[in-house]
Design a protein around this ligand. Structure first.
Ligand SMILES: Nc1ncnc2c1ncn2[C@@H]1O[C@H](COP(=O)(O)OP(=O)(O)O)[C@@H](O)[C@H]1O
Ligand SMILES: [Mg+2]
Length: 278
């Protein structure tokens, strides 16, 4: 009986991953995480985590709440070190370079990452200014024409341009929730990052807005390295090429998304993706 239930779940997942391209090993290694441990005070949140993340792919981080997914994202862009009384050991390289080396400045490194949070959080300014702000601040654009062009191209990539091209002067907060989240993606890519980190970006969205966001992620993959944390297993199966399963601070399984969803090797991973615990 139990076996049957599981078979059924796996078939469902198979349907969802059916036309998903297999992880393409020709893609370039972007980020390498080696034996990373992380502590908040006495509490160890990551235990000996090693993981490869590839360019032009979506990597999904899955696992129950509190298992260290967000902590690992913050180790990648060095925002963890802003939190007092924390400690990290291990190695993280980006394009082969140790991101914690003395030669690398944290603020410069952070600009290589865009961050999309759980709840859409546009600035309380116009749609236009939400996207233009960071690029102006960092001197990536100077003239009005350059700024217009950047705003348009970021909104296009975020799949939002057609919906807002006549509303650029309206406040970003006047858009629907799904549009606000895509605006936050446009903002995240306006400073020309090469990696986009998304921490449960669809958790506040309805199914239609979620589908829109997922389509956008698929089109962004061509240009970026994307990591998405999600509690929605079908979403992980749909949008990602690689998946990493975390449990109590440990990385228990990683690999090709299709392999993991159809033939998980780790018992806890199988139980988690088939909904036995969460
Ligand atoms: N700022 C913090 N201070 C202390 N403990 C934290 C902090 N952030 C997270 N933690 C703890 O670290 C563990 C991992 O948290 P987190 O990375 O947020 O997990 P996840 O994103 O998988 O839900 C949890 O036990 C959490 O309570
Ligand atoms: Mg989290």
């Amino acid at each position: 009986m139990q076996h049957q239930v599981m078979e059924k779940n796996l078939v469902d997942y198979k349907l969802h991953v059916g036309d998903q391209p297999h992880h393409d090993r020709a893609h370039k290694l972007k980020i390498k995480v080696e034996n990373v441990n992380f502590w908040y005070g006495e509490k160890q949140a990551l235990k000996n985590v090693s993981l490869d993340i590839y360019n032009q792919e979506v990597t999904a981080f899955i696992g129950p709440s509190g298992c260290g997914k967000t902590t690992l994202l913050r180790c990648l862009n060095r925002t963890n070190e802003i939190i007092p009384d924390t400690r990290m050991t291990g190695l993280v390289t980006l394009d082969g370079e140790d991101i914690y080396s003395d030669e690398i400045e944290a603020t410069t490194l952070r600009r290589r990452f865009g961050w999309v949070a759980q709840k859409p959080n546009p600035f309380p300014w116009s749609v236009y200014h939400n996207v233009a702000y960071g690029a102006r601040l960092h001197g990536l654009v100077s003239t009005r024409a350059e700024t217009d062009e950047l705003v348009q191209s970021c909104l296009e990539r975020a799949g939002l341009w057609n919906e807002v091209k006549d509303r650029l002067r309206e406040p970003g907060t006047a858009l629907s929730g799904g549009q606000q989240q895509r605006l936050c993606v446009a903002r995240a890519i306006s400073t020309k990052p090469d990696i986009i980190l998304m921490d449960e970006p669809a958790s506040a969205l309805d199914p239609r807005a979620t589908a829109h966001l997922e389509a956008m992620i698929e089109s962004l993959r061509e240009k970026y390295c994307i990591i998405i944390i999600t509690h929605n297993m079908q979403q992980a199966a749909r949008v990602s090429q690689r998946t990493a399963f975390f449990h109590l601070g440990e990385l228990l399984e990683q690999g090709d998304t299709e392999e993991i969803f159809i033939r998980p090797q780790n018992d806890l991973c199988r139980d988690y993706i088939t909904g036995r615990f969460g």
